[in-house]
Design a binder for this molecule. Sequence first.
Ligand code: PLP
Length: 815
Amino acid sequence: MLQDSVYLDHAGSTLSSKSLMDAFAKDMTSVLYGNPHSASSPSQRSSSRIDQVRVRLLDFFKADPDQYDLVFVANATAGVKLVVEGMRSLPEGYVFAYHQACHTSVVGAREEAQQSICLDNTGVRSWLDGVDPFKPTTSGIPARLFAYSAQSHMDGRRYPISWAKELKKREAQSSSRTLTLLDAASLSATSQLDLSDPQFAADFVVLSLYKIFGFPDLGVLLVRRSAEYVFNHRRYFGGGTVDMVLCGDEQWHSPKSYSLHERLEDGTLPFHSIIAADIAISTHQRLFGSMDQISAHTAYLRRELCRGLHSLRHANGNPVCHIYSEVPDDAASIETGPVVSFNIRDSRGLWIGLAEFEKLTILKKMHVRTGGVCSPAGLASALDLQPWEMKRNLSSGIRCGEDSGRFTNKPTGIIRASLGAMNTKSDVSRFLAFVREFFVEDSIKVPNQVNAITRKAGTTNIQVKAITVYPIKSCSGYTVPPGVRWEVRPEGLAWDREWCLVHRGSGQALSQKRYPRMALLQPLLLFNDNVLRVKYRGSTPKGQPTQVDIPLSNNHSLFDTDFRQTSSRVCGENISAQSYLSEEINGFFSNSLGVPCVLARFPAGGRGASSRLSKARMQKHQRTEKAQSGQPSPFPGVPSPPDSDSEQQQSQPGKILLSNESPILMISTSSVEMLNKTIMETGESAVDESVFRANIVVEASPGHNGHPAYSEDMWRRISIGNHSFKLLGACQRCQMVCVDQMTGERRQEPFVTLAKTRRLNGKVYFGTHMRHEQLEQDEESDGLSPTIQVGDAVVVDEEQGEEEEEGIPGTGGNR
Ligand SMILES: *Cc1c(COP(=O)(O)O)cnc(C)c1O
């Protein structure tokens, strides 16, 4: 199952743990372990095993049990929280300094502190040289806590283990005492954490065992005995941490006093996990030898990866990767752990958006982290992001640096590959080959498009081949039968995307991107029966209905007036759709997809929060960019297709229903054919045009050659029959086009080929958005709604380059 994946993410050693899981299963099925808090023998067995594992783990980190205690916690974060709980309960509270490379979970400790500062290397250095970083406090002498990472989880850079010792030495002459919290979660994953090192003096150490062994999901907090007093004022006590509790008039309790871990491990210990940790250590040592061997192995891989990325060049000589981690020279560098973070640029130096990169990694099963990677200060520093830029990114919908598509002058996050014990040289080669395949421009390619206007506008050799509406967002389409005239409304084709399925848990509208089986839900509009009939084409358990009828009428009694009225979300936008009450209807969809969901309706003609605005737009910069780059003009760039979860874009008024971006999506058969030709040249099989989920497909009229592939990129205004349509820009695509609409299965095409031939500024385009345009003469006509049908002639009335200001949003009036 995992053979074809390349896993370059922190917790990657999970993959090595089949033998661990087998050994664990064997232990669990042959020995009875009880909840440790009793006298029974299964319980005693657990207790003694836990004590044993505690000692073994201390030994694993070379920690002397006389000097350190080890506290089991859920993860590294929980270890930080315990320290914070102790610090904040100290009579005078605490002040907090943290290094810039700290993880978010460590930065959070500042919220309980009376004062906090973020230090870079220079700041730490000058503190060690005697410059106190804290502002004098007015009342009392608070405790001091300094936190830093032994190794940055963002770029692998290591920070001196000796800092805590230097700080102690420095403070020996002064009255202040600073406790040090060392975050060893990243370092300990691939190297020996050595608490016996004479330079080691941190008071608290946190780390996650799953990053070392893959399993169990458990963390540890190591506390230097001389710093145990920090927990003396901790107020909360949990079961198992006290010897006696009085609850009458006198409220009193007696904490356990033998060891610190007894007092801090609240409630039942995760004893099965702790036993698993024991087995994990043995398995790990058997498979990989020592941590030093892992360290040498991963350092070698890191060097290969770093050099490989560093050496990638576009045809014009420009580098492909901007690497934030240190690029090692020949000597095995010990200053940097096996983490490589970088961003990718195209041959012109423009940043490749993370969302775009991620789509391709998903298709190619390359597992890396992208975004802000929980390193807020480190990221801001590496990317030179100012606070206002980060806030702007957040308010424009970028969470944790997930996409740099919007502001291409600076990336908003990074790509991070981190190597673990189980990674091989072949993983590195395959990842490098992947970056080469999609991001290195060997020749300065022009995206596949029409090269010149080969025809005069106004000729009519194209016609409507098919009209499809998608009544339920992300489900299969309903093909309008030939001979039926279909109504076109300002917000799109009649009955298109009026319904959606909403997850009962999250309130999110479901999408095929996540639930490809939605393609198997086949809607039929049966106007004579006044129902939308939905059939499920997949297999259903015996006795379960394979179809359901939904009334087309908008009767209020059908709807739940309370359920999530306002909290349904489509593409990150709050909408107010009405959920159906019928258990028959909701049960049908939930059972078919295996996802708890309700059907919701978003009726046409809504207002306010119950209507959405079209986001499709031409990009203003097209022309300037054309002039700058000397390339033929790119296709107009707009967001993504209907139904996908898309990143948010600037909106431009124009009402739509539940489609993502624009009223109507059109594709042409000649472009599909051209794309398929390219796909077949790579040995893959052609894709069906249904994957593009268009509303209108146009083709050559009988006896004509039709239009060149991709000429729709250039169209600005067309007529279908005698109705005018304004084109709103090319349609941005995601990997949802890889879902086979007949089988609901995912494949790699056509996105792989589109990404190679139709990508511009990090975005992939296919098809075009448009909307009906009400012309004055229409209004004077008989008052009937405009309609179109299969076979209608399509006339291109205007193409790019014919008029001055076309392509600029908001100027397309009646002329
Ligand atoms: C992973 C990581 C953490 C957080 O660990 P959790 O187990 O998620 O709590 C903290 N710091 C660093 C350096 C890490 O790599």
